[in-house]
Design a protein around this ligand. Structure first.
Ligand SMILES: Cc1cc2nc3c(=O)[nH]c(=O)nc-3n(C[C@H](O)[C@H](O)[C@H](O)COP(=O)(O)OP(=O)(O)OC[C@H]3O[C@@H](n4cnc5c(N)ncnc54)[C@H](O)[C@@H]3O)c2cc1C
Length: 482
């Protein structure tokens, strides 16, 4: 164990004060622990002033500070470039070390390497601890000690390793060691408001902070047994909605996996708990893929797919972004995304497939659009999901499998409830009609208040023709990948 007399915990995407690797390490190995969060101007400056994620972070910071104060400490909050703010603060406080939970995104890896060099030049340590994932990129390997590129064998090896190392799930407690916290000064400044960090006031898009995460998790656990079935239907409340909390670390991945495993072991979670655990393993899988293959940020996981020539149709791309493609399920999904910052997983697959395989638009453009809109945006999972849908990724949808947006709609929104909620223009259409309004007689449509092209768009492409074009487009990779 390290011995440090004075340390600084820098919170980034780990906004909680329980089961926290860096905070636990600092509290157990130093006499005095300071805590800081930096609103990173490099990340925040380009964002729209009403960004939903910033509201979520802002509310979560208040919750983190309140919890640290309950424990005897407090959160220093700064704004600026971390590479300037952190070394200066570390020097001002006279700490021996700065501790963080490891971030695996390529830009963060680069920034942290630079941070370590800068701190070392001042004689301070920079300590990174695993916290965000259960297993890092080099912890689950094939028999030949190489990385996996297919999910199911990865998952089996992941489960095997966890069974062999149950201590991986042990909690990093904070409370018993709270005496080490640096107490708040008698006149500690109030936390900055949203306006003070340059954003418009507003509510977070979902209950934020540790309490928000726990409330969602408790509600989900009550129906986790049904997850295997319910998770595919966007009109049902079948999934946990914890992705934003996992993104910002207001919950602990170990806590979630521990609970799921206990439910599996004692039979309380039905088959749902195992299916849900698999989804959490997908998160580790994509984190591993990104960490080991940083080229996926801008290129295909499989290089052969870089030869694909995508269409540059601005009008079609805008129709997709704005939810006016004329395909009701796609438009409903984009409306949900644009209005709330969330999109159901089934619909992420459908809309990503539609953009790349029906509209022929480069997956990178869709990926960037999701990155701007999603509350839970995370580079690894978003990139993995897009490359899966576009067939350019590891263990992706085969390139010749092309979702039919109408049959997806009939299958996963059979009664049309989700479409009616998000595309009110179609609210009078029956369960049979709503998936493909262009097939209805004009007079019947008009009776239900819809004139195509006026109240709701005509389809921007014809699916069968688009499908043929896509098969031709992918012919260039056929030789390389079969
Ligand atoms: C095109 C596309 C883009 C995506 N972009 C993101 C993204 O930016 N951020 C993100 O967190 N997820 C992303 N996903 C994965 C998935 O859609 C979301 O994690 C999920 O919809 C979040 O809802 P939930 O929390 O209710 O999930 P649940 O069904 O309750 O799943 C629990 C958790 O498991 C993880 N998870 C679930 N599915 C996946 C998956 N396919 N890949 C990786 N992790 C998964 C998430 O952390 C999620 O919160 C994307 C999927 C696709 C197809």
């Amino acid at each position: 164990m390290m011995n440090m007399s004075n340390s600084l915990v820098w919170f980034r995407r780990d906004l909680r004060a329980f089961d926290h690797a860096a905070l636990h390490q600092a509290l157990t190995s130093s006499n005095r622990v300071h805590c800081v969060f930096v609103y990173d101007s490099g990340i925040l400056d380009p964002l729209p002033r009403d960004d939903r994620r910033v509201r979520f972070i802002h509310a979560s910071i208040a919750s983190l500070d309140a919890e640290l104060r309950r424990l005897g400490g407090f959160l220093i909050v700064r704004q600026g470039r971390p590479l300037e703010v952190i070394p200066a603060l570390a020097a001002g406080l006279g700490v021996d070390a700065v501790l963080v939970c490891t971030d695996y995104e390529p830009e963060a890896v680069e920034r942290d390497a630079q941070m370590a060099r800068q701190l070392a030049a001042d004689g301070r340590k920079f300590v990174k601890l695993k916290d965000q994932v259960i297993f890092e990129q080099d912890e689950v390997l094939t028999l030949a000690k190489g990385p996996f590129s297919v999910f199911t064998p990865y998952k089996n090896a992941w489960l095997k390793r966890l069974a062999a190392m149950p201590e991986t799930l042990a909690s990093y407690p904070v409370d018993p060691f709270a005496d080490a916290f640096a107490a708040p000064p008698s006149t500690s400044p109030a936390l900055p408001s949203l306006a003070e960090i340059g954003f418009e006031p507003g509510e977070p898009p979902l209950p934020a902070g540790m309490e928000g995460a726990e409330t969602l998790f408790e509600a989900f656990v009550a129906h986790i047994a049904d997850y295997g079935r319910a998770r595919d239907f966007p009109s049902e409340d079948g999934t946990s909605r914890l992705s934003t909390h996992l993104r910002f670390g207001t919950t602990s991945i170990r806590h979630l996996v521990r609970t799921a495993r206990q439910m599996i072991d004692n039979g309380a979670g039905g088959t749902g708990a195992s299916v849900w655990l698999s989804e959490l393993i997908w998160r580790d899988f994509y984190s591993m893929i990104l960490a080991r293959n940083p080229h996926v940020v801008s290129r295909s996981f499989k290089p052969a797919f870089d030869a694909l020539a995508w269409d540059e149709d601005e009008e079609l791309f805008a129709a997709w972004c704005e939810g006016r493609t004329g395909y009701p399920l796609v438009d409903a999904a984009m409306a949900q995304l644009n209005q709330t910052g969330f999109m159901h997983n089934r619909l992420r697959m459908v809309t990503a497939s539609f953009l790349t395989k029906d509209l022929g638009v480069d997956w990178r453009r869709g990926e960037r659009y999701f990155a701007l809109q999603l509350n839970d945006y995370e580079l690894a999972s978003n990139n993995g999901g897009w490359q899966w849908a576009a067939s350019t990724g590891c263990d992706a949808q085969p390139w010749f499998r092309i979702f039919n947006p109408v049959t997806q709609s009939q299958r996963f929104d059979a009664h049309g409830d989700f479409i009616r909620e998000w595309v009110p223009a179609l609210k009078l259409l029956s369960a049979k009609e709503i998936h493909a309004p262009w097939l209805m007689a004009e007079s019947v449509l008009a009776e239900k208040g819809v004139v195509l092209g006026r109240d709701y768009p005509e389809p921007v492409v014809e699916h069968d023709a688009a499908r043929k074009r896509t098969l031709e487009r992918f012919a260039v990779v056929k030789k390389a990948v079969g």
